[in-house]
Write a protein that binds this ligand. Structure first.
Ligand SMILES: Cc1ncc(C[n+]2csc(CCOP(=O)(O)OP(=O)(O)O)c2C)c(N)n1
Ligand SMILES: [Mg+2]
Length: 712
């Protein structure tokens, strides 16, 4: 039976996918070959894009979830002209534009980085929300679809529960999810791990569910047409597909539906590459060939897409001519223009908690930044994102005129949804929860950093001073973990994340300013639950002094002449240093206090500035409510760190301060020991330069210790 050109296009995608993996000698051919029919029909007949303008704001978005199916995506994007055949022949090679798992590359039609299963389709939920938000403001002209593609792995990942619940709850009818249901996963058939009724599950979440033969072009078209008309519910198309569709072995027998073709070249799995290419209508000697009839089909497809996008752009022009202000605003939204905000003029209460200071700023933003979307994972009144909510309203089914997302208790979902909003463009996403639950968000934070998405994280309840809720809610190691992202560089050589832990309310203004201005990487704001005494500012308004936070670390108060010791901390610990400094001064020790909201940012300053803050040769003492290693970058090889080396405990925070040694008195004592040992070592360097730690473990309160850390 001769195949029609659409069947040949799908077979062409199968051959290219198989060939890429074979040539690279690594990769995943089976799933890609199963999904070829859907992907061809979607891209050629439904997905709206402008071949000459891949960043066209009103394009439909396509989000891949199983990044291991990259050969399928690269193949179809080769047919559409986004990649060249040379590009896909370099699949998985150093310096190629076709990495093993797709990495965000808008110019080549790759809308998201994918690989960690489950996140791709959850990002699509975020993009769909952003589309609703913008369409609610600018009108129906700006409506478009978001298509996502998921596999068995993504369906099993827990994050799919959050994505499914939220999309169903919000009635995101602009979202169309294709589930490549091939009953096979990496190491087993799916029957080994699940017996759920996936269709019933999505129905229960409020989705419209269609079940089709994922190889029947007519059924795919029919389902996509119905999806296009849907205006109440998100749509999932469950397509039954065959892993490795079209594969045969040397004997010419079917080699389809095998787990072994999930993740290795066909020949390694035991199939015949050449015979399979021939079986699919290709030339075994030229597996990277694009069939002439398929080429011609796609030329026609692209001409149609160009005409459609040109027609839309014309409509937009006449809309812009009639809606000057809205058109300017839309342009600002997509080009990252932020309104002028005088952060120094945002008044803060004295001695307030930094989470409260953040609420004041967010409340200001609600009136000033019309494209900001704030979310919280059911903690808005604790993480104080309600500062924004009170001036806005939550998204609801059919009403996206507000700007607040109640994400529900689903931190990872929330973080991935924010990534999707940022990927969509036109909006500024920020989300909040307790800092300790950043652990639940980390996989999506990592992808935000890899993709350079300017998502803002509002993490409150920053330390053991959470108090009575106890160790489950008291972050200890989280700050060190998150600050590792300040050490990790992105593909552009920048710190992959900006992490700010402001020391008082005015410094929170500056931290938010930096967060808003940072459009290249995600930003974390780590904020206190408890009140903090506003820091001294030596004659000037504190907000003026706090502006130096933009350097990452700066001197808050200094001793006349050369200080005997430099004390460094971030967050509420800086105020503890202020108490300690007064006691030290009474004992004749001159200290300098440094507030260090971001070690990563400080590291990017020039040496002369860094030395002006941390003068070489002066002993350094660091204080952190986190693990001592949090301050390692400041302490260097000779500095001392007072931190927490164990989980916290349930008690009032001031009791914990006493027990863990986080009082001005205790810190003054520890600093004077350091100062004395520094004096002794200057007087007799050989004898004292390698002293043992100045405390004995037994004599210390549970959990806290002073450590001398290694050089770095
Ligand atoms: C979060 C996460 N866990 C594990 C993996 C490793 N992994 C890659 S694909 C896969 C499962 C493959 O099954 P399916 O999604 O059905 O793809 P198919 O085998 O059908 O191609 C796994 C476990 C991953 N990429 N992401
Ligand atoms: Mg599968």
């Amino acid at each position: 039976m001769t195949k029609n050109v659409n069947e040949r296009a799908a077979d062409n995608i199968r051959i290219l996918s198989m060939a890429m993996v074979e040539k690279a000698n690594s990769g995943h051919p089976g799933g890609a070959m199963g999904g070829a029919d859907y992907i061809h029909i979607l891209f050629s007949e439904f997905l709206r894009f402008d071949p000459a303008d891949p960043e066209w704001i009103n394009r439909d978005r396509f989000f891949l979830d199983p990044g291991h199916m990259s050969p399928m995506l690269y193949s179809v994007l080769t047919l559409t002209g986004h990649f060249t055949v040379d590009d896909i022949m370099q699949f998985r090679q150093w310096g190629s534009v076709t990495p093993g798992h797709p990495e965000l590359d808008l110019k080549r039609g790759v809308e998201n980085t994918s690989g960690p299963l489950g996140q791709g389709h959850t990002m699509a939920v975020g993009a769909a929300i952003a589309e609703r938000f913008l369409a609610a403001r600018f009108g129906r002209l700006f409506e478009h679809k978001t298509y996502a593609y998921i596999s068995d792995g993504g369906i099993q990942e827990e994050i799919s529960q959050g994505a499914g619940r939220l999309a169903g709850h919000l009635g995101l009818s602009n979202l169309v999810l294709f589930y490549d249901s091939n009953d096979i996963q990496l190491s087993t058939e799916t029957s080994a791990v699940t017996s759920e009724n996936t269709a019933a599950k999505y129905k229960a979440w409020g989705w419209r569910v269609m079940e089709i033969d994922g190889h029947s072009h007519d059924q795919i078209r029919g389902a996509l047409r119905l999806a296009g008309d849907e205006n109440e519910r998100p749509v999932i198309i469950i397509g039954k597909t065959v892993m490795g569709k079209g594969l045969i072995d040397e004997a010419g027998k079917s080699f389809e539906a095998k787990t072994s073709t999930h993740g290795q070249p066909v020949t390694h799995a035991g199939g015949s590459f050449k015979k399979s290419v021939a079986n699919l209508g290709g030339d075994p000697e030229k597996p990277f060939e694009i069939f002439p009839d398929v080429k011609q089909l796609y030329e026609e497809v692209l001409a149609g897409k160009s005409a459609a996008s040109a027609a839309w752009k014309k409509k937009k022009e006449s809309w812009a001519a009639q809606n000057h202000d809205a058109a300017r605003q839309l342009n600002d939204f997509y080009s990252g223009v932020i309104p002028e905000i005088d952060f120094a003029a945002i008044a803060q209460k004295e001695n307030d908690a930094t989470r409260n200071a953040s609420a004041v700023i967010l409340s200001h933003f609600a009136g000033k930044i019309p494209n900001m979307i704030v979310a919280s994972a059911d903690l808005s009144n604790s993480d104080k994102t309600d500062g924004f909510l009170k001036k806005s309203k939550p998204f609801a089914r059919g009403d996206f005129s507000g700007a607040f997302l109640h994400a529900g208790v689903s931190e990872l979902t929330m973080a991935a949804v924010m990534n999707g909003m940022a990927l969509h463009g036109g909006v500024i996403p920020a989300c909040g929860t307790f800092f300790v639950f950043s652990d639940y968000m980390k996989p999506a934070v990592r992808l935000a950093a890899l993709m350079r998405l300017p998502v803002k994280y509002i993490w409150t309840h920053d330390a053991f001073r959470v108090g009575e809720d106890g160790p489950t809610h008291q972050p200890v190691e989280q700050e060190a973990q998150i600050r590792l992202m300040e050490h990790l560089k992105n593909h552009h050589g920048e710190n992959s994340m900006l992490v700010l832990r402001p020391a008082d309310a005015p410094e929170t203004n500056i931290a938010w300013k930096l967060a808003l201005e940072n459009q290249k990487t995600p930003t974390a704001l780590i904020l206190s639950r408890q009140n903090i005494k506003t820091l001294p500012s030596e004659g000037k308004p504190r907000i003026e002094a706090a502006a130096m936070a933009s350097k990452g670390a700066y001197i808050v108060t200094d001793a006349p002449g050369k200080p005997d010791v430099i004390m460094i901390a971030s967050g509420s610990e800086v105020a503890t240093l202020v108490e300690a400094a007064a006691l030290l001064a009474a004992g004749g020790i001159r200290s300098r206090i440094v507030s260090a909201p971001s070690e990563g940012l400080f590291r990017t300053q020039d040496e002369s500035y860094r030395h002006s803050v941390i003068t070489p040769g002066v002993p350094v003492f660091c204080l952190t409510a986190g693990l001592p290693v949090t301050m390692q970058g400041f302490a260097g090889s000779d500095g001392r760190i007072w931190g927490l080396e164990s989980f916290g405990s349930s008690a009032a925070y001031n009791v914990l301060d006493e027990k863990f040694g986080f009082t001005g008195e205790n810190i003054a004592k520890e600093v004077s020991k350091l100062e004395q040992s520094a004096v002794a070592s200057r007087q007799s360097p050989v004898k004292t330069s390698r002293q043992s730690p100045v405390y004995s473990r037994q004599s210390k309160p549970v959990g806290s210790r002073q450590s001398t850390v290694g050089s770095h």
